[in-house]
Ligand binder design. Sequence first.
Ligand code: SAH
Length: 265
Amino acid sequence: MQVCAPSPESRIGTVHLVGAGPGDPDLLTLRAARLIMSTALIVHDGLVSPEILSMARKGARLVSVAKARSRHTMAQEAINALLVREALAGHDVVRLKGGDPFIFGRGGEEAQACRAAGVPVQVVPGITSALGASAAAQIPLTHRDSASIVSFVAGQCKGLAEQNWAGLAGQGRTLVIFMGVATAPEIAEKLMADGLAPETPVAVIENATRTEMRTLRGPLAGLPDLVQEQRVRSPALIVIGEVAAQSDQTIRDFVPTTGALEAEQ
Ligand code: SAH
């Protein structure tokens, strides 16, 4: 009996949704590193560090799909279509994302689009920036004395004011906010309106695990000033809760200049 090998045209590639971690290449998983070094097509977003991209094999095609904030929806559809098109053309794809693909990474949407088109998907977890930042700034997200609940929240989303965050922050809780730089004033206001004490410790970790990393600390009421006066830029995480005060003791506290703390009390 003669067995026919599938023709090269009929081969469907696999889309690997790969977490690149928070920036430091040492924080890649071995599986992520292996895929980055061996795959001919890498589709990456803007948060993937240049050091990690430089690990790609010689001649690999690197496609940046960094998104403009205002054009998310269209861009995401175009990205989904690109992944499906390449896989159906027989190419394996590494879809490389900052942190973990399934933590605010739109990995779920891309996996759905691939599955709907009959394209096989594999997911490689990455160290989410929340864990990378926690380690790098020495802020334990849980602590037997002060935090037994941790929440990850997106600060940049539609209808922020209407969202119910009650219970996410406060005694015994740590709140980690992603994409919250632009909305920091609304976030602080919302949490204090929900009853969180203005002096609750806050840490802002910018560029976690990268050479240009900065950690800034202060009280919740001073968060808007901190972000503005220190010119905090994305990517940055905001950690709110008692644990934020336990960070690396070499970090200097930010004292609001406008007396925001007193004004709130
Ligand atoms: N999938 C990613 C999150 C994507 S959303 C993850 O698991 O980390 C993008 C947000 O992640 C940024 O706005 C920022 O809040 C956070 N972020 C990503 N990388 C970061 C880094 N190196 N330092 C601080 N925050 C980071």
